[in-house]
Each structure stands twice: as C-alpha cells, then as structure tokens.
Design a protein around this ligand. Structure first.
Ligand code: NAD
Length: 492
C-alpha cells in the first residue's frame, strides 16, 4: 500500500488529525494507497500558506516573464512524467490508459500557452475627460484561488484552473476529488521540482462534505474555481456569495448530438458513440442524448447499436480497451439506478442495460454500454445527467423541433450537429444554447479555445485568451499632474 502526504506551504504533511482514507482501483475494487484526510485545521494552514506566499516577494514581486518561465519548466517536467502519471490515473481512477496517455502528453500545452500569456497582460491608459489628471489601469491577481476539482478528468480539469491562475500571479489551494487524489499529489511534486516558491501551490486532500464549505467560505480565499456536479456547484455559489467571492463554475450537462437526414451516417454513428461511451460516459460533455431525424431513425439506430456492440470493455490498463469501469462505487449505483428509471418510464432498451460481469471485467465496477430508444424529451433519462454509458435516443421531425428539444433542458454545456449543409451548420451553431457546438465532430478541446457552460452548466470560461481574465482584477489609478490641489469639497 502506498502512503501519500499532502502539500502545504512547501512541506509534505499528514493531516493534523493523523487520519487518512484508502483510495481504490475501480478495475480490481481493491484499495492501493492511503491519502491524508484533511480537516478544517489543515485547510486553515493551507490557506494561510497560500496567503503568505502571495505576499512574499519571492512570488509577489517576480516578473510576469519569470512566472512564465516557471510554468514552462513545469510543462517540460509534465511532458517527461506524462506516461507515469497516466499509469497512476488508470490505477486510481479507471480511465483508459490510451486516453490518459494522450491527455497527459497534450496537457503541457496549457502551461506553455498560459506561460506565454503571463507577460502579455497589459493595462490601459484612459484618455480621461478631466484636465490635469493621468488615469491608467493595472491588471492584478486576485490573491488566493481555491481550485476544487472532480474525479472524472482530474489533472486536466485542475490544469484548466492552475495554469491561468498561476500565470496571472495568484497562489492556489487545490482540493482534488476524494476519488482521485493520488495523481494530484504526484502533480504537486512536479510543481515543487519546477521551482515554484513554497506555498504557491498547496494541495489539500479530503472529503468535499467535510472541508468543502470551509474552503469556500475561508476568509483567506479570494476566488473559487469549481468543477463538479450542479447541485454542489449551487451550494458553492451560494456560500461564495456570502463573502462576495468571485467564482467560476464548470458544472454538468445533458448534451445533444443532433443527427440530420443529410448527415454522413457512418461519421454520425462514430460521433454519437464517442460522445457517450468514451470515458464510459463520465464526462461533463457526454453526448447523452442523440436526436435523430425520423426519416433516418430506424437505419441510424440499427447502425448505432451494431457499432456500439463492438466496443471492447475491460481492463483500462490495456491499450486496446475501449470502455473502462465506472470510477466510483456510488457512481456505479447511480448509473444502474438511472437505467431502472428509464425502463420504468417506458423507454425501449436497445442495448446493454445492466452491470457488466463478463470475464474481461473481473471484479470491476462496469456498466454495459446502454442505449435507450423511443425516448421522449420529458423523460428523466432525457433531462437529468447520468454521468455513465447510457444514451437516450430521441426522434425529431424538423429543425425547429430539434432546436427546441436540444435547448429544452436546464443545461447548456455542449452540442453536436451532424449535417452536410453549411447553412444548417451555421444556423444550429447560432441557435443552440450551449457553450460549445461541434459540427461533424465531437469531444474536441484545446488550450486555445474557450470552454464553459450556458444556463445551469456554469459560469465563466476556461482555456483560451479570456480565461486568464477570470483570475485578474482591474485597478484604476489616478495621478494629479496639474500641481494644483482643487477645492477639496467639490468632486473632481
Ligand atoms: P462533485 O460535485 O460531487 O464533486 C466535485 C468536487 O467538489 C470534489 O472535489 C468534491 O470533494 C467537492 N465537494 C463536494 N461537496 C462540496 C461542498 N459542499 N463544498 C465544496 N466542495 C465540495 O462532482 P464529482 O462527482 O466529483 O464530478 C462529477 C460532476 O462534475 C458531474 O456532474 C460532471 O458533469 C461535472 N463536471 C463538469 C465539468 C465541466 O467542465 N463542466 C467537467 C467535469 C465534470
């Protein structure tokens, strides 16, 4: 059993209480490492360490170019350690090794991108309307950023916060999910090795329901960057409001993959399958609803089921596995519960529909790739986020109806459109109420392109040029250059 410690103020420590918890391998169902179980006292220490580091000239006074250099060094170390981290993530989280290697080899790009941006943040000189006064703006870091992240893409989703937050000059208190803390702690070693001053990145591991609200409401925390479920996101938002803290929230989704009658069917089938069965549907951008034009509905469903059946389920550490386990025990129960709900609602089960127990799955927490057809848009299976390999297929008759169904949930994270018509592609990309629209592709993300949700899928954007603004605040500076002190009782 490996035993991890957490990172507070540049030191690797146990929880003050001495408590720890076990982290399990979803493929074997067995514990493989222990993780410190932080309490509020540990959060206090981490928040104070982050504040101290923010105020220390070793971080607070270095140039933006020097911050960029540190981020580049981290990017290089990350690239060197990508495959090792991928192995750890697969063991701890059950993510496919093939996907993790790809994700980790790509991840350094975020640090290079924001490293480049660090010294291109500029203020403005305002051509102010008042004579004898010079007015300009400064862009300043917020201070201590709390990053709270989920288990489904642990390092990537943390990277989307840490890279811009550090580039902007903040310090960070990061709480990874209790289901995926091991890789976060390995990440901490690389921050240390890159030369970030102690306390700039602090990693506190523990349970959201024990320390989450203490982090969010902590007086030393200046901003909360959260990714997770929308119910947790709502409580984070409410709590942050009490101390008037800015937040970014990346929450859930019920994204629609819309297949029009003029789509290239084979491509659309692949797109729909990758949208829902990749990562076993445990992604916020899962295309968990397929909206299919009625004229091609029977042919599409037949091809979809046939292709989905070929997905190889099993050991996530094998290069050729396509569908891995569900990451957590509670999530397994939740996914199976939604399958029961869909059956009770009267949806037609076209594929899968139960826990997968074949030999390749061992004792792991697997759910068969599951497809429900004849789903109506008001069913719970068409409205609520399952976060598992469960697809709801819904027929539609015309473009207006497709838009209404696609937009007809509380979420607005992403949408896919399958068509050969450029006019339809442009109209759909305008009318779909989602932060990302993909046309004839799905699941593409980049460090250069903004990512975030409409409606209940979130607030703020990650990645891309504007993301660094989420970690900055603007200051207006006024300087009298007239030499005359005007009447102090009249506003200038
Ligand atoms: P979750 O909301 O249960 O937990 C997310 C994080 O919040 C964890 O670190 C958890 O410990 C912490 N937390 C729990 N209770 C808290 C509280 N009261 N205060 C503060 N923090 C608390 O989510 P999860 O189950 O880990 O992840 C799955 C969810 O994340 C899904 O709903 C998914 O859609 C969403 N997600 C969204 C995106 C996106 O970018 N939009 C990306 C990935 C996942």
């Amino acid at each position: 059993m490996k035993s991890y410690r957490m990172l507070i103020g540049g030191e690797w420590v146990d929880a003050a209480s001495g408590q720890s918890f076990e982290t399990e391998n979803p493929f074997t169902g067995t514990a493989w490492a222990t993780i410190p179980r932080a309490g509020t006292e540990d959060v206090d220490r981490a928040a104070q360490a982050a504040r101290k580091a923010f105020e220390d000239p070793a971080w607070g006074q270095i140039s933006a170019t020097a911050r960029g250099a540190l981020l580049r060094r981290f990017a290089d170390l990350l690239a060197e350690n990508a495959d090792r981290l991928a192995d750890i993530e697969t063991r701890d989280n059950g993510k496919l090794i093939a996907e993790m290697r790809g994700q980790l080899r790509y991840m350094p790009q975020w640090y290079h991108y924001f490293a480049g941006l660090a010294d291109k943040v500029e203020g403005r000189v305002i051509p102010i309307d008042k004579p004898g006064v010079f007015n300009f703006t400064r862009e300043e870091p917020l201070g201590v950023v709390a990053a709270i992240t989920p288990w489904n893409s642990p390092l990537m989703l943390a990277t989307w916060k840490l890279a811009p937050a550090l580039a902007a000059g903040n310090t960070v208190l990061w709480k990874p999910s209790e289901f995926s803390s091991a890789s976060a702690l390995e990440f901490g070693r690389l921050f240390e090795e890159s030369g970030f001053p102690p306390g700039v990145v602090n990693i506190v591991t523990g349970f959201g329901n024990e320390i989450g609200s203490h982090i969010v409401s902590h007086p030393q925390v200046d901003k909360v960057a959260f990714t997770g479920g929308d119910a947790t996101g709502q409580s984070v938002y409410e709590l942050a409001a009490k101390s008037i803290k800015p937040v970014t929230l990346e929450l859930g989704g019920k994204s629609a993959n819309i297949v029009f009658e003029d789509a290239v069917l084979d491509d659309a089938v692949k797109g729909v399958v990758s949208g829902i069965f990749a990562a076993s549907g445990q992604t916020c951008i899962a295309g968990s609803r397929a909206l299919v034009h009625r004229s091609i509905y029977p042919a599409f469903v037949e091809a979809l089921v046939a292709f989905a059946k070929t997905a190889r389920i099993g050991d996530p550490s094998r290069d050729d596995t396509q569908v891995g386990p569900i990451t957590t025990r509670p999530q397994l129960a939740k996914v199976l519960g939604y399958i029961d709900i869909a059956k009770a609602e009267g949806a037609t089960l076209a594929l899968g529909g139960k826990r997968a127990t074949e030999a390749a799955c061992g004792d792991g927490w697997f759910v068969e790739p599951t497809i429900f057809t004849d789903v109506s848009p008001d069913m719970r299976i068409a409205q609520e986020e399952v976060f598992g390999p469960v697809l709801a297929v819904i027929p539609f008759d015309n473009d207006e109806e497709a838009i209404a169904i696609a937009n007809g949930t509380i979420y607005g994270l992403a949408a896919g459109v399958w068509t050969q018509s450029i006019a339809r592609a442009l109209t759909m990309s305008q009318r779909l109420r989602a932060g990302t629209v993909w046309v004839n592709t799905y699941r593409a993300v980049s460090y250069m392109s903004p990512f975030g949700g409409f409606k209940r899928s979130g607030i703020g954007r990650e990645s891309g040029l504007s993301a660094i603004r989420e970690y900055l605040q603007e200051k207006s500076v006024w300087i009298d250059i007239s030499g005359n002190v005007p009447n102090p009782f009249v506003q200038r």
